[in-house]
Design a protein around this ligand. Structure first.
Ligand SMILES: CC(=O)SCCNC(=O)CCNC(=O)[C@H](O)C(C)(C)COP(=O)(O)OP(=O)(O)OC[C@H]1O[C@@H](n2cnc3c(N)ncnc32)[C@H](O)[C@@H]1OP(=O)(O)O
Ligand SMILES: N[C@@H](CCO)C(=O)O
Length: 376
């Protein structure tokens, strides 16, 4: 069982918490200390991950799926008594599905710095106390470095495919740049080669909302136990973020100017954002949210590699970069530019009213693209 302790949250409804049955989760603990891009060292790393299917004899059927900001290793569902637990890419992973687990060995790690089993600010450090503010800032490359150690541990020399959306797309792309020889195919969904000023700007009020919450306590709130975190700040952050994850057209069409109810003074769209905020604070740690958001802000494949073009020229994987026509956070044009920079890439576009979240919602379109890529 992981040494990850309380995430400082109210009781979770859907996500794994210390004390819950681990389900199909497994933990990998590298024997060596992880040396970070910053020069700092991170000891006691644990990576939680889940797998579906079986690795074949020559190790050629392994697929890595990288989750987005608030996702986790539970990409495909399973049902345990008392713990029915759907996965966030259920429609894509399973027997006979686009990622056919009768044929493929699908691996989904929880990102390093996250709060769903892998080591992060809410985990216990070697002194038995929560890392809290002492947890070092990570880069996307640090997160991939931990996953490279996991791949070594699992005996996977080369992934048949690495796929990810949004923050997961950043890790997928870094894999293909850092270890081109280990990535045969690559799918990057709704994700850029480098975070833009606009994306960093939207992240800024989210981070400040959490830091301004008196329960943030400089990042050292975890000792208070569940219920003591900066939930108000995290909820505000989620409201801002969730609005950027959907398109203006969808929100206007779906909610209009409708009030939530006769006795409820909120607009329906406000109630909708409140609901998503409430759900997130019950399943996610605010310090992980801040850390991962900063990792995304720092994402730039061109850093210390002679620029983006130079970095992308390293990629040898058969690549599809997928934009969403209604994505206002990671605009399709930015994803097209990414595809243009990779000699072995093509660009594809999801047509949807749902904005950035379409990579989680438009299962049929994503499935078609996945099948095409795996057939190449
Ligand atoms: C098991 C887990 O926890 S999964 C963890 C991993 N999760 C992830 O990786 C992604 C996180 N989730 C998300 O990003 C989003 O929830 C998505 C993209 C999956 C949601 O996509 P959609 O299916 O389009 O859902 P949508 O945004 O319409 O939200 C539906 C919810 O809003 C609620 N809702 C709709 N209108 C309103 C309203 N006016 N007031 C209040 N609530 C409302 C619905 O009741 C529904 O609630 P529920 O999810 O608790 O059942
Ligand atoms: N809804 C997604 C969007 C982030 O890309 C998430 O919460 O992870």
């Amino acid at each position: 069982m992981s040494s990850s302790g309380s995430t400082g949250l109210p009781p979770a409804t859907g996500a794994w918490q210390a004390g819950d049955p681990p389900g199909r989760r497994q933990w990998f603990r590298p024997e060596t200390v992880l040396r970070l891009e910053s020069g700092r060292e991170l000891p006691g790393v644990e990576i939680a991950y889940e797998t579906w299917g079986k690795l074949n004899a020559d190790g050629s059927n392994a697929v890595l799926v990288e989750h987005a900001l608030t996702g986790d290793s539970h990409a495909a569902g399973d049902v345990q008594p008392g713990h029915p637990s759907p996965g966030w890419w259920d429609g894509l992973i399973g027997p006979g599905k686009a990622l056919d687990t009768d044929e493929l060995f699908v691996v989904v790690p929880n990102v390093l710095g996250g709060c769903q089993g892998s080591t992060g600010p809410a985990s216990l450090a070697e002194d038995g106390k929560h890392w809290g503010s002492r947890f070092p800032q990570l880069t996307v490359r640090d997160q991939v470095a931990a996953e490279i150690a996991l791949a070594d541990h699992l005996g996977i020399e080369r992934w048949a495919a690495v796929l990810g959306g949004s923050m997961g797309g950043m890790r997928a792309l870094e894999w293909a740049v850092m270890r081109p020889e280990r990535v045969r195919r690559l799918m990057v969904l709704a994700s850029p080669a480098a975070s833009s000023a606009d994306q960093i700007a939207w992240a800024s009020p989210q981070i400040h909302a959490i830091l301004a919450d008196p329960n943030w306590k400089g990042g050292d709130y975890h000792e208070g136990g569940p219920g003591e975190g900066p939930h108000l700040g995290l909820g505000v952050a989620r409201r801002i973020a969730h609005a950027t994850y959907r398109s203006a057209e969808e929100l206007n069409e779906r909610f209009g100017r409708r009030p939530q109810g006769e006795d409820d003074p909120r607009f329906a769209v406000e109630s909708y954002l409140d609901h998503h905020a409430d759900k997130l604070v019950r399943r996610f740690d605010a310090a992980s949210y801040v850390l991962l958001t900063r990792s995304m802000n720092g994402h730039d494949v061109g850093r210390d590699r002679g620029g983006i073009r130079q970095a992308l020229s390293r990629v040898t994987a058969r690549t599809v970069a997928v934009g969403v026509d209604s994505d206002r956070l990671y605009p399709a044009e930015q994803v097209r530019e990414l595809a243009d920079g990779i000699a072995t890439a093509r660009y594809a576009e999801i047509t949807s009213p749902y904005g950035h979240d379409s990579f989680l919602i438009e299962t049929e379109q994503v499935a078609t693209l996945v099948k095409e890529l795996l057939g190449e």
